[in-house]
Design a protein around this ligand. Structure first.
Ligand SMILES: CC(C)(COP(=O)(O)OP(=O)(O)OC[C@H]1O[C@@H](n2cnc3c(N)ncnc32)[C@H](O)[C@@H]1OP(=O)(O)O)[C@@H](O)C(=O)NCCC(=O)NCCS
Length: 214
């Protein structure tokens, strides 16, 4: 299955609306759907296209110079688990990184409001490297827990690394035959090569450099 991800054009919006209507377990409130559709007319957005048909879409709302939100992401139900959501989020991360936006967040239903459908949504975001920041029962009300998930864009990790490498202590340590230990993207200490089972290079805690490629 060949899919391309490109910027959304105004003529894509009706197809996006049909995708929302096909996902009533997630998007069952007409007034919320109208807000989502309206957002596609003003926000930067992407579509995943297969055989000239829109199969998924994503909209990005920039909050400030370094932070943006995925306002909505949705894929045709028949095409779930074919990598389209991943392709859209990956392109969104690139879009952010190219503009100096270091943090990408998304709000979704939290575990305090049990919902098997949103459990899948949370699995998707976890697989895409988003970490839960906090859950709120105030944002959308006590019957609809809001979970805020966040991940850094590629630029964020690259910046953290380059900032770390600018520190005199870290630079000095590079002249010694040990490697740096970074936990959660921050340099925290020095690790002897033996601790890395013979590997050399920078050890990163948490998701690691592999997260850069996606
Ligand atoms: C969430 C959504 C956009 C994901 O898109 P998708 O194309 O189905 O997801 P992908 O195929 O790219 O999945 C990427 C990875 O996420 C994880 N994942 C996705 N769906 C999952 C599920 N139902 N259960 C567990 N893990 C899941 C998997 O690790 C998957 O990789 P794998 O298939 O190689 O194991 C799509 O399911 C959707 O439209 N859901 C309804 C709307 C929604 O929840 N939007 C977000 C609202 S905030």
């Amino acid at each position: 299955m060949d899919a391309i991800v490109r910027e959304l054009q105004p003529e894509d919006v009706p197809a996006c609306e049909r995708i929302l209507l096909a996902l009533p377990e997630w998007f069952g409130l007409p007034e919320s759907n109208a807000t989502f559709i309206e957002s596609l007319r003003r926000l930067p957005a992407l579509v995943a296209v297969i055989d000239a048909e829109v199969a998924g879409f994503l909209a990005i709302e920039t909050q400030n110079a370094v932070s943006a939100e995925i306002r909505i992401v949705a894929v045709k139900p028949a095409l779930h688990r074919h990598g389209l959501g991943r392709a859209l989020v990956s392109r969104a991360r690139d879009w952010c990184a190219e503009r100096g936006v270091r943090w990408l967040h998304v709000k979704t239903r939290g575990p305090s409001t049990p919902d098997p459908y949103y459990e899948r949504t949370r699995s998707f975001f976890a697989a895409e490297g988003f970490d839960p920041l906090f859950e709120s029962l105030k944002l959308w009300g006590p019957a609809d827990a809001a979970l805020v998930l966040v991940r850094c864009t590629a630029l964020s990790l690259a910046k953290t690394l380059s900032d770390s490498l600018r520190s005199p202590e870290i630079r000095q340590s590079l002249h010694r035959p040990e490697t740096l230990s970074l936990v959660g993207g921050r340099a925290t200490g020095i690790v002897r090569p033996s601790a890395l089972h013979g590997h050399t290079g920078v050890a990163i805690g948490g998701r690691g450099v592999g997260g850069l490629g996606g």
